[in-house]
Each structure stands twice: as C-alpha cells, then as structure tokens.
Design a binder for this molecule. Structure first.
Ligand code: FAD
Length: 623
C-alpha cells in the first residue's frame, strides 16, 4: 500500500481501510436487494469480490454452497502473472514467503539400457529471460482464498463470503431497476433447505465446471473429452528419488509422472498417468483408489523407492477440453448482466497449472468493468469486452493444454524424450500467464503509436521495470505501485527536456491539469476512497541527482486527503544502471502508457498530442 495518514494519524494496521458506504452498516445476512451477486468462492469469485470490495458504494455479496471455507484445495500452481496480480491486492510478498518457489524443471526418461527404469535427461530453468520479476509458486489454493478474504474484510466495504447458500435459479424482469430475481437455497444451519429470493443488477457465476448459472442462461460447455485419466496424490513420503524437491517430468514404459514439490519442505504432489479411458470406461476410473495410483507411481519411479507415510489428498480425474459457447447472457439488443467466469467457462487438465490462474484473470477482467458500469463511469457497452477478451484467452489455453497433455501422455514412447523438454521451454511465457494479448477494441488502442514504447505491448500485461522515486530516493518496481483500487494508471515517460519550461511534457501536463476536455476533469471522483479515477505518474529521463522533486510539473504533485497534503508518490527518476527508457524501448521524445485497472496496457500515446488521451477515455467513459 502506498499511502496512509493522509486522512489523519492511523495507529492500527494501515492496510485496514476506513469503512465507507456499505461497509458502515453491512447487514449480517444476504440482503434482498443487491448490485452484484457472485456465486462461488473459488479463485474466480474471490478475486471479483475482492476487486468489488474497493467500491463501497456498490452492494456486492459472494455466496457459497459449502458451509465453510474450503480446507484442502486442488490447485496449487501459481504463475508469475498471478503473483503480479497478488501484488495489486497487497499479498505477493506474504504468499511468496510461505510458498514453494519453483525455479527449475528436471526431465527424466526411460533408461536406453532398460526402458523400465528412469534416468536423468536434462534440466531447464523456469525463467532465465526475465519474463517476470516474480517466481512461480506452489501453495494450496485455499491460502489464496484466505488472502483475498482478508483483503475484502479490510476493504472499505468490510465484505466477507456468505457460506451455506446455494444458487438455484435466476429470472430476468427487463426494465426493472434490479432486473435479476435470484433464488438461493440455504444449505446449512437451522433453516437448511429454505429458499429465498434476492434481486440484483448483475450476477456472476463463479460456480465451477458444473456451473448452475451457466445452465440458467442457456450456455453450455462445448468440446471433446481426451479419454485420459490422471491420478493426483499429495503425499508425505520417504523416497530416494533425487529430484523430489524440484518440478520433474518422469516417463518410462510404465507411464509418466509429474512431480510438484509443495510448500513446507516435505509435502509433494504426483500427477500420475493412469492410462487411456476406453469409451464408457468412466466407472472403472471412478473405482480406482489412491493405492492403485501409488502402485503405478512406484513402477514409474523404478529404480527409486517410495514409502508413503500419509496420503494428504488424492483424486482421479479425466481430462476434458471444453469452452462455453458464451460467457454471458448479452445479445445484440442489450449488454450482458449475467456472466460466467473461471471453470464455468473453460475446463482442461490440471498439469499445466493453469485453471486457478486463468480463472483469476477472468474475475479480475470483469469486476472493474461491472464497477465502472454501476458507478456510471462507463457505459454498459464496456461489459461486452469481457467475453470478447476472455473467450480468446480460454481458447488459447485449451489449445496449449491439449498440446501439453498429449506430450505428457506420450512421454514414455521411445524417441519422444526431447519433445516434452523442447515444448516446455518454447511455451514458458504462455505457461507463466504472460501471453495474453487483448486485441484492439473499445478499450484497447490500435498499434499506431506502439513504436513509442515497444516494451509495453498493447493488450499485454504491463511488464514492470525498476525506477527511482524522486522524493525519498527509493528504488522500486513501477508496476508494484499499481493497487487493485479500480483506477487506470497513466504512466507518463517524459521527453528528454521534460523539466524545461516549454517542453512537450509541460504542455501535455498543462492540458491534462487545466483543460475542461481532459479526462482528469471530465470524469468526476467516484467515491470518498480515492482522489481520482486516474493515477498519473511521471518518469523523467534524468537521474535522481539531476533534478529536485519540486521541479516536477504540478500535475504530478497533487494534493490529497482532507488536509490537502502533498502526494510525493508520483514522480520518478531513471536508474542509470537500469534505464527504463532503454529496457522498455521508450522513445526519447516521450510516451504516455495507459494501463487498465487489471494491469493490461490499453493505450500508448504521444506526448505531443495531449487530446489523444481525452479521445481514448471518451470512447468508453461516461461523463
Ligand atoms: C486435481 C486438480 C489439480 C489442479 N491443479 C491446479 C493447479 O495446480 N493450478 C491451477 O491453476 N489450477 C489447478 N486446478 C484447477 C483449479 O482448481 C480450477 O481451475 C479452479 O479452482 C477454478 O476456479 P473457479 O473459481 O472457476 O471454480 P472452483 O474453484 O471450482 O470454485 C467454484 C465454487 O463454487 C461453489 N459452487 C458450485 N455450485 C454452486 C452453487 N450452485 N451455489 C453456490 N456455490 C456453488 C463450489 O462449492 C466452489 O467453491 C486443478 C484442479 C484439479 C481437479
């Protein structure tokens, strides 16, 4: 978190924001009238709820049919894209501290002398290209929920999940202020089984692969089963397999295993190939036990031993590759008001470690758009971009997963040892979650000015770089100043004479500060928790010693809070040894990079044309 004490001295944990709006008198039970109802406390639902909790004027509730928090999760692989996202929710460092840090992959294949035994074939670092400043993590998915839950509880809305409520049905009454009439059923407590009705403006189905919300809006998952079964074991065990504490792909003529070391130093997960499922063979799969999976694992690990002390969690699943035929209930006539996110829209195998990660990006993509539509900051047409953007991401994920799954499934075949390794290295950026590239749309500018900042590709996530905060000489990652507060970031990279009285930067900043056409003046403050819908920061080309904080244009030194204190957080110098202009291909005549609330680059604009910023926001913002 960047700032506190600006509304007066805070003696408690400064991450607990003052309650506002719905947080002041939040009803203990789900009220009858809402703005947003989220169904399901999986990763997709929790991130959406956490983002919306920063909008205390919006009545949001998240319901879950389980009676309490999930205790043992399924997903455990966290991509660096997700860790970047966690940074915006203020828990990247904490979760990294407790997680297993995944830095490398080992490859084991059949011994040419005896294909029933395994030998070490090679090793590859996970990110030797600096794809992200973060490292991939392995941690139980429930810990991710815990951090989101804390973020919600500490937000101005004081939100918490409502456990013991099952979504049953939704009816739409067009033209009414709260057009969606949702039936919920209590699943726990003295009134278990009782139904109740809730009216809401928006409904988000984050209710997993068997989504009832998806069925309710007449959408269905389309695609093929892969007829491949996998066993998953979370084990506490003693083994002499040498790479049990690194991620390892293992194959011999008995099948293949993926080893995932887990947090805490002892636990590890095995994904074990249980072979092809014949048509109609699902019953055989369902009848398999953890002991069956362990027996196969022992054969594949030959000549190494595996002595299981405790099976902490296990499951057997069949791989299905499916994408929903629609992600919302929108039509040409009307923008959507019911959405599905996460596994409700896409299902695939678990080994690529994608499900939780992609699901969170669905929720993050959608939540700010709903908040903007509800608070009148944007027209509801903005909501159409959710399906437009996330459907492409889902289809790409399925294609990637099909290719990866088939390589794992055939890894034991002779002559294929190198294929999996090569595929792994080729697709590291995708696997880490950084290949998403939103196409030109209402909210993503065309490539006209991309050459001004080639290292910030349009539609891709903002790839952070280090800079020096001028006021306190603090060396930090620019991207880490992006909070999940629903604001757009406008990063202004100054021209070489940016400090001079008549520089393009000065003229740009004068226009943004003073013109009635400037987005900073056209779009009013949203609520009491922020000073602006925009967070505008400047990076000068000069080093720390070459200018003073006071030399910066007044636009970048705004007053904040009731005392109108000066905001010292928006002015940066370059680090001479790691100049962001060189690292990210920024034109020395300057550039303006606009980043959406969910951290994706949405516009690259010239400093010489300040009105371009106004034209960009006028496309979807509502004055
Ligand atoms: C064995 C296994 C391992 C996996 N490993 C990984 C991994 O390493 N990395 C990764 O990224 N992904 C992994 N995944 C996938 C990952 O778990 C899912 O993709 C992810 O949890 C999907 O998130 P979600 O929020 O869409 O749905 P879910 O996590 O399925 O959450 C849906 C929630 O909705 C609730 N719900 C359902 N119906 C209703 C209803 N009618 N009313 C109210 N509540 C309802 C459910 O109880 C549940 O809490 C794995 C999956 C499996 C099975």
């Amino acid at each position: 978190m960047e700032q506190f004490h600006h509304r007066g001295y805070v003696s408690t944990d400064p991450r607990i924001l003052p309650a506002e709006g719905v947080g002041l008198d939040r009803p203990a039970d789900v009220p009858e009238e809402l703005d947003v109802l989220i169904v399901g406390t999986g990763p997709a639902g929790m991130i959406a709820a956490a983002q919306l909790s920063r909008f205390p004027a919006i009545r949001t509730r998240i319901v879950e049919r389980m009676e309490h928090r999930l205790e043992i999760g399924r997903a455990d692989g966290i991509q660096t894209r997700s860790v970047e996202t966690f940074d915006a929710f203020d828990f990247a460092e904490e979760i990294t501290a407790e997680a297993f840090k995944l830095t490398a992959m080992n490859f084991w294949g059949p011994d040419p002398e005896d294909p029933g035994r395994i030998v070490h074939n090679g090793w590859a670092p996970d990110d030797d290209r600096g794809i992200s400043e973060y490292v991939q993590l392995i941690v139980n998915q429930t810990r991710v929920y815990d951090y989101f839950e804390r973020y919600m509880r500490w937000s101005p809305s004081r939100s918490t999940p409502d456990y013991g409520y099952e979504f049953v049905a939704v009816e739409e009454h067009e033209g009414e202020e709260l057009p969606l009439l949702v039936t919920l059923r209590r699943t726990a407590g003295p009134d278990a089984g009782r139904e109740r009705r809730v009216r809401t403006k928006y409904l988000i189905g984050a209710d997993g692969a068997r989504s009832a919300v998806r069925r309710a809006i007449g959408r269905r998952l389309v695609g093929e089963p892969q007829n491949q079964a996998w066993g998953v074991l979370d084990l506490l065990a003693v083994t002499d397999f040498p790479d049990i504490r690194t991620k390892s792909a293992i194959a011999n003529r008995h099948g293949s295993i993926l080893v995932i070391p887990r947090e805490g130093g002892h636990l590890f997960r095995l994904y074990v190939d249980m072979g092809e499922v014949p048509p109609g063979g699902s019953d055989r799969i369902r009848a398999m036990t953890a002991e069956d999976v362990i027996a196969v694992a022992k054969r594949i690990l030959n000549p190494y031993s595996l002595k299981v002390k405790e099976v902490v969690w296990s499951t057997i699943y069949e791989v299905n590759h499916r994408v929903a035929d629609g992600f919302d209930n929108g039509s040409e006539r009307k923008p959507p008001n019911v959405f599905i996110v996460g596994d409700a829209c896409h299902t695939h195998s678990a080994k690529a470690g994608q499900g939780m990660n992609v699901s969170m990006q669905d929720g993050f993509n959608l939540a700010w758009k709903i908040a903007y539509a509800l608070s009148g900051l944007a027209a509801p047409e903005l909501l159409r971009t959710y399906e437009l953007e996330r459907r492409v991401a889902a289809v790409n994920l399925i294609e990637f997963d099909k290719a990866l799954s088939s390589r794992y499934a055939h890894a034991e075949e002779e002559g294929t040892e190198k294929e999996l390794e090569e595929f792994y290295l080729r697709t590291i950026e995708f696997a880490a979650g950084h290949s998403t590239e939103y196409q030109e749309s209402l909210i993503t500018e065309g490539p006209e000015h991309q050459r001004l900042a080639t290292g910030f590709p349009l539609g891709k996530r903002f790839k952070s770089a280090r800079v020096m905060r001028r006021a306190d000489a603090y060396d930090l990652h620019l991207g880490h100043t992006h909070e999940a507060d629903g604001c757009f970031r406008v990063y202004v990279f100054a021209d070489r004479d940016g400090l001079a009285a008549d520089s393009p930067l000065r003229r740009w900043a004068d226009w943004v500060l003073r013109s009635p056409e400037s987005p900073a003046n056209r779009y009013p403050l949203r609520d009491g928790t922020r000073d602006s819908a925009f967070d505008i920061k400047v990076v000068y080309q000069q080093a720390l010693s070459e200018f003073a904080f006071d030399d910066a244009h007044p636009l970048f030194k705004p007053e904040t809070g009731p005392y109108r204190l000066r905001d010292y957080s928006k002015v940066f110098a370059v680090l001479p040894e790691e100049d962001v202009f060189d690292l990210r291909g920024i034109d020395r005549d300057g550039a303006v990079v606009v980043v959406r609330p969910d951290q994706y680059v949405s516009a690259v604009l010239p400093l010489a044309d300040p009105e371009a910023l106004g034209r960009y926001f006028d496309r979807f913002m509502a004055g």
